[in-house]
Each structure stands twice: as C-alpha cells, then as structure tokens.
Ligand binder design. Sequence first.
Ligand SMILES: *[C@@H]1O[C@H](CO)[C@@H](O)[C@H](O)[C@H]1NC(C)=O
Ligand SMILES: *[C@@H]1O[C@H](CO)[C@@H](O)[C@H](O)[C@H]1NC(C)=O
Length: 364
Amino acid sequence: MLIKTAVRGGGGAQTLLPLLLLLLLLIVPFNNAAAASNSSAKQQTLQTQSDSYFNPKLPPKSLSASKKFEGSSDLVDLRYHMGPVLSSPINIYLIWYGRWAASHQLLIKDFLLSISTSDRRAAPSPSVSQWWRTVSLYTDQTGANISSSVLVAGEYSDTRCSQGTHLTRLSMQQVIAAAVRSKPFPVDHKNGIYLILTSGDVTVQDFCRAVCGFHYFTFPSVVGYTLPYAWVGNSGKQCPEVCAYPFAVPGYMGGGGPGALAPPNADVGVDGMISVIGHELAELASNPLVNAWYAGEDPTAPTEIGDLCEGLYGTGGGGGYIGQVMRDREGRTYNVKGRRGRKFLVQWIWSPVLKACAGPNALD
Ligand SMILES: *[C@@H]1O[C@H](CO)[C@@H](O)[C@H](O)[C@H]1NC(C)=O
Ligand SMILES: *[C@@H]1O[C@H](CO)[C@@H](O)[C@H](O)[C@H]1NC(C)=O
C-alpha cells in the first residue's frame, strides 16, 4: 500500500478535554487509524482535516546506493574505537560562506536550536530534540553520553568568499582559519565545532559527485588547533536530485510512482541541507576525531551512524520506500517538528540500543 492515513487529533469533543488528554490523543499509536481508513475517499477527507502519514516510493538516490544498509543489523559492524565523543555541551560556530538570505539562515538556525532539550520553546512530538536522543545514546569509554545541549555560539559571514568560489578539503580549513582569526569568533577547543555552510553558487571538491557534506577535524598547522568541523553545501542549483533528495529525484526513471516530495519550508536546496546537516552533526558528535564510532575496517572511509540510515525517514522504509513520513494540509512533507512551529524532514540515525535505524516518528 502506497499511502496510509491516520487521524491526528481533530474532532469537536476534544476541545472539552484537558490539554494533557489532548496531547495523549495526539501520540496514540497509528495502527488502528491506518487499518480503519483504506478507502481513498476517506483518505481525502482525513487529509483536509489534519496531517497524514504516507510512505512514498521514489526513484533511488544513486549516490547512497553502495552505502545503504536499509536497517539490516547482520551487515552492520558498528564498533567503538576508543576515541572521544562530544560529551560536553556542544557549541556550534556557524560559518556562512557565500551569499545567504536571512530567511534561509533563520531556517537553518531554527533546526540547530531545536536539537537542544533545554530550549523551553521545545516542539511537540515527534520533535528534533527527540530525534537527537538516538545520537545521545552513544558514549565514550568513560561512559559519558553525547551531549543533548547544542548551542549556536557564534556566527561568521564570509560573504565575499575569501578562499574563492571553489573549495577543496584543504581550503575548507583555510575558511575556518580565517573565521577564527576574526575577532568575534573564538577558538573554543573545549566545546566548539565549526559548521561551514556554502551557498548555492559555491562549488566544493567532490560535491554532488561523491558527497553532499562531510566532517573532519582541522590541522594545527592550518588553523592552530585540532577542531572538529563539518561542511554542508546548498545543492539547490547544482545537484538537488543527489543532495536534496527526496525533494528532487533523479529524472531518468520518469513515469510511474510519485515524483519529488514537497519540501517542508518551500525551499528544495535549504530543506535538503537540513537532513544533511543532521547527518553530519550526528556523525561529528559520535566520531569527531574519526576514532570513535564507525563501521568497517577503513578509518579513511568510515561508515558512520548517519551513513547506515541514509534515505530512511520513517517506519517501513527500504526497497525504494522512504518510510512513513507526514504530509501537512499544504502537501509539504516532514517527519519532525522544531521550535517556532517549524517542520523538517531529517533522515533516521542508527541506534546502538535497537541495532536498527531509529527516529521519533516511528509507528511501532
Ligand atoms: C479495506 O480494504 C479491504 C481489502 O482491500 C476491504 O475488505 C475492507 O472493506 C476495506 N475497509 C474499509 C474501511 O474500506
Ligand atoms: C546514555 O547511553 C546509554 C547507553 O546507550 C543509554 O542507555 C542511556 O539512556 C543514555 N543516557 C542518555 C541521557 O541519553
């Protein structure tokens, strides 16, 4: 079945119930509703009343095919290699490289600020902070968990592209060096991670061809310190079908099946970046110096906790299905909620407890 529908809230009697009971109703398991509403007419009605679950089958994303494990724990030898994880509060220093619209910056910051459970404007379930709980299940050899406190501690705009409009892995470190040399941007070698976000007209070595983002650490010879960092690029103009999947899908499989899904914030490139940012942050937190949590024997090409679940966004994913995600009344696709009413679509993360991909929108 391609489309499952579930009632989320709705119904006049609920207005009489206390708020807590309403919240309970909202998180009632969906099996009943999905089983009870399989006529398409009924689905139409339900969709106009509230957000609905659906599990679209899409053309596969070619880039991740070789790395996709689709939740089979037999194939996964994720192991801990004794290195540190990010267990103290995580301070993110954002580097905006190239020209960025303020609205896009706000959207990305809202995602980052939704991770932390200490934010009192926390979102309802399934939320971004619940999504991060899977990441927080990872520990280091002292038993310390990855922190659930994530702050945006500073920002720097390299609007004029100080290192040019094409970046390599090495010049990426020069971007960080330039940022930490600027006054408002401290070197925070205790809690800091550096997140470089390149705008749509900046090209990056291997971008679109082999990667949509990556994480690593800086060399003391370049930046002065060993600092964990990640880069994610806006693929909107360059390769949305590769890096903003499933908001753009490869064209070669035209005909049959649904096309690209509508992004939750109406921007294919930036909405696509959000899931890649989530992927890279989860891996940066669990493998910051590339000697902690990864699968495979080769630390230069580790398979990490995000790689294991690429392309999975909900229950019943795999075999071309992305999993049960939600569609709102405007037709926009999402699976987690964030602060200030935001919605995002973020891939699932490998859980060391369940030994499977996990996310807060799971239906079972
Ligand atoms: C659901 O589908 C099954 C088989 O396709 C059918 O027997 C049943 O009557 C349907 N139920 C509803 C509520 O439409
Ligand atoms: C810390 O990790 C352990 C092992 O995965 C887990 O059982 C525990 O719930 C985690 N604690 C927090 C606060 O996430």
